[in-house]
Design a protein around this ligand. Structure first.
Ligand code: A2P
Length: 268
């Protein structure tokens, strides 16, 4: 039957595509970012993640990675940890422009604007590589259409680990169109926990003692106007989530938008 054959032929393949590494930047011994070619027809919502990896011993070795670039970008950007004995990242950290990387076909995730009810202030709480999905969200014009203020927080052990988020925020503020959109709306609140810095401490401390809100000139968290996304380690998510719940916010999902959403930062 000719009709059935055509259907089979036009069915999209499900395996990963092979993409080209376009640029690599190393920040510390344990952190780097890289840019890949974006296949035609690769669609995603800013904040989503996708499977990414390398062929190892003839087989694809894939891990979930947040896409750090916004959905309008012609290229794809990723922010990764380097684990010395990590099966994937020990190899991935060595990629150079021109090398090939495997990319899954189906981005998914909950750190998307669609999973939040309308609100006034959008808080994006991150630690470590948990900043990656927010690098995407803060560079999406839709974020500034939907919210009056966007507050992105990034906490790391050492100051050098903030380089990627600092660079991303700085660069976007210089961008002709995005910079204008975000001007006066985007706040970057960074802190360091294990070496001297102008702001030392965990984000949970700054929420609890009010420093975050005093610094920004904003009222304490409230469920009426505040929305949030959290991305970091299991412990960080647990503790920030508890503070949001105490403030009266409820957790949402793609199927049921609410006041905040959560995703674990990917490691390894
Ligand atoms: P700290 O140095 O006080 O543990 P990690 O590398 O362990 O994921 O941590 C990344 C950053 O997140 C560190 O600055 C760390 O602070 C902070 N952090 C770790 N656990 C929590 C938590 N439960 N709540 C808030 N911040 C946390």
């Amino acid at each position: 039957n000719v009709t059935i054959d055509r259907k089979i032929l036009s069915r999209p393949a499900s395996g990963p595509t092979e993409e080209t590494v376009l640029a690599v930047t190393h920040y510390t011994d344990f952190l780097f970012s890289f840019r890949l070619s974006r296949p035609a027809g690769f669609r995603f919502r800013s904040g989503e993640f996708v499977m990414l990896g390398l062929e190892v011993d003839g087989k694809p070795l894939m891990r979930a990675y947040s896409i750090a670039s916004p959905n309008w970008d012609e290229e794809l950007e990723f922010f990764s940890i380097k684990v010395p004995d990590g099966p994937l990242t020990s190899r991935l950290q060595g990629v150079k422009p021109g090398d090939k990387v495997l990319l899954g076909r189906k981005p998914v995730g909950t750190l998307v604007l669609d999973a939040l009810k309308p609100g006034k202030n959008l808080y994006l709480f991150s630690t470590g590589t948990g900043f990656a999905p927010f690098a995407s969200v803060i560079r999406d014009p839709e974020t500034y259409d939907k919210f009056e203020r966007v507050i992105v927080t990034h906490t790391c052990r050492e100051a050098a680990e903030l380089d990627y988020s600092k660079w991303t925020v700085g660069k976007m503020m210089e961008h002709e169109f995005l910079g204008e959109l975000a001007d006066g709306k985007l706040y970057y609140f960074e802190s360091v926990t294990r070496e001297p810095y102008f702001r030392n401490g965990r984000i949970t401390t700054f929420i609890e003692n009010g420093t975050l809100f005093e610094t920004l000139g904003l009222p304490p968290l409230d469920a009426e106007g505040d929305r949030a996304m959290i991305c970091g380690s299991t412990a960080m998510i647990r503790d920030v989530r508890a503070l949001l719940v105490t403030a009266g916010l409820t957790e949402g999902s793609n199927a049921m938008p609410a006041e905040f959403v959560v995703e674990k930062a990917f490691v390894g």
